[in-house]
Design a binder for this molecule. Structure first.
Ligand code: HAM
Length: 407
């Protein structure tokens, strides 16, 4: 047998989700699923493998996802197939295939599962990653856009992580074409990178979110779609801002937020965090009123989003690592009553771990390390009689004895 067989590793940019992370992953899915059900979404599973044409027509041939990042191959039946790079296209395919575009009314689905993009792996950027997403069909009102945004806020708050919400409007068939013409005329005179020069022809609005610093400077005075919307889109955008304000949802308008997928119209949004490095988007989405039509169905208004689960888990883990955990222990039987009293009090504010047994100093240190305590507090005979407590701050590596009433 070939010896190398023992060294098989997972593919680059693909990872196992196991143990503590596996628990968190599971917890997040069940929690987000409960919230989505409460908002009227029902669970949907679509195949991971789809025809390549589906993504070319929806995500767009000019996008990086379709142009550079697809896991595309011919199967044994010579069908051109691809591992899904995102979830929306498959859901829309299912919607049309089952003639739901002709059934009228509203339909709402949530899903979760692996997505594949052949990108250069780095922190927060994987080749196989997982999304939790929702898609709502048949609701043209901007209240549904707001509803979706509120739901994401609730999901993110339920796992206790902070975020910044960026919104923009990408207009419609009425206001986008004249805006694009205007933009292209402006861009042609600028000195931009090669990628941008290529995009001026294929998809000029993508030039607006180029990350290249010199392009950013050049683009400072580029016309903004948000200030060139038709009356309908402008009213909807104003209404969205009003609903978010009325519901205490903080947001920023980012006129350069164009998203990396071509199917959006009107509302576009991203939830970002500045704690996870350059890959800062934890969720993204928006309205895509023309996608069913692009894929051969009857025009149906639609809006949705997807959360990147690995990026979210990274944030949850960071939060847990920075959390204070106090370990309190007794070093003689007589101190147990005091330990019980302090634990009961401290627990009102922070996470406190203990067990009600008298143990040696060394044993307590060992236990506290196993439990990842950030502060250790111990009471023995001396402390008990002097009204004091011994404390060690693990992060600062400082220990001291203080009066118990000051702890
Ligand atoms: P997206 O912005 O391409 O949107 O992806 C959504 C989220 O997936 C991102 O915000 C990010 O957290 C995560 N993500 C994307 N690429 C990677 C990667 N390479 N590694 C790790 N995480 C990643 C969509 O996919 C749309 N389908 C969202 C949507 C649904 N719009 C309407 N409905």
């Amino acid at each position: 047998m070939d010896k190398k067989i023992n060294n098989i590793q997972s593919l680059r940019g693909m990872k196992d989700i196991k143990e503590q992370e596996g628990e968190l992953f599971n917890y997040f899915i069940s929690n987000a699923s409960k919230i989505a059900s409460r908002y009227g979404f029902s669970y949907l599973e679509t195949p991971i493998l789809e025809e390549t044409a589906l993504f070319k027509r929806s995500v767009g041939e000019s996008s990086d996802i379709v142009g550079k990042e697809m896991y595309q191959f011919m199967d044994k039946g010579k069908n051109d197939v691809c591992l899904r790079p995102e979830g929306t296209a498959g859901v829309v395919r299912m919607f049309i295939q089952n003639k739901l575009d002709r059934a009228g009314g509203t339909r709402k689905y949530f899903y979760h599962g692996p997505m594949f993009r052949y990108e250069r792996p780095q922190k927060g950027r994987l080749r196989e990653f997982h999304q939790f997403g929702c898609e709502s069909f048949g609701e043209a009102s901007v209240y549904e856009d707001a509803n979706i945004i509120l739901m994401i806020c609730e999901i993110l708050k339920s796992v206790g992580i902070g975020y910044k919400l960026l919104i923009n409007s990408l207009g419609c068939t009425k206001c986008m074409p004249p805006y694009k013409e205007n933009l292209v005329a402006h861009l042609k005179d600028l000195h931009l990178c090669e990628d941008c020069d290529r995009r001026i022809e294929s998809n000029p609005i993508r030039v607006l979110d180029c990350k290249n610093e010199s392009c950013k400077m050049e683009l400072k005075n580029a016309p903004k779609i948000t200030y060139n919307l038709c009356e309908d889109c402008d009213d909807d955008f104003a209404q969205l801002k009003k609903i978010l304000n009325d519901n205490d949802v903080a947001y920023e308008i980012d006129t350069n937020l164009v998203r990396g997928l071509d199917y959006y119209t009107k509302t576009a949004f991203e939830f970002i965090s500045d704690e996870i490095g350059s890959q800062s988007a934890i969720a993204g989405g928006g309205r895509y009123d023309r996608l069913t039509e692009f894929l051969g169905g009857r025009t149906t208004p639609a809006v949705g989003f997807a959360i990147g689960i690995e990026r979210l888990l990274e944030l949850i883990k960071m939060k847990e690592e920075s959390e204070e955990i106090i370990y309190i222990g007794a070093m003689c039987e007589e101190a147990l009553e005091q330990v019980f009293h302090i634990v009961a009090n401290k627990r009102k504010m922070v996470k406190v771990l203990t067990d009600y047994k008298s143990r040696s100093f060394t044993k307590h240190l060992e236990n506290s390390q196993k439990l990842n305590a950030t502060v250790i507090a111990l009471i023995g005979y001396n402390e008990l009689t002097n009204g004091t407590i011994w404390i060690k701050d693990i992060k600062l590596n400082q220990e001291k004895i203080i009066l118990r009433e000051k702890f």
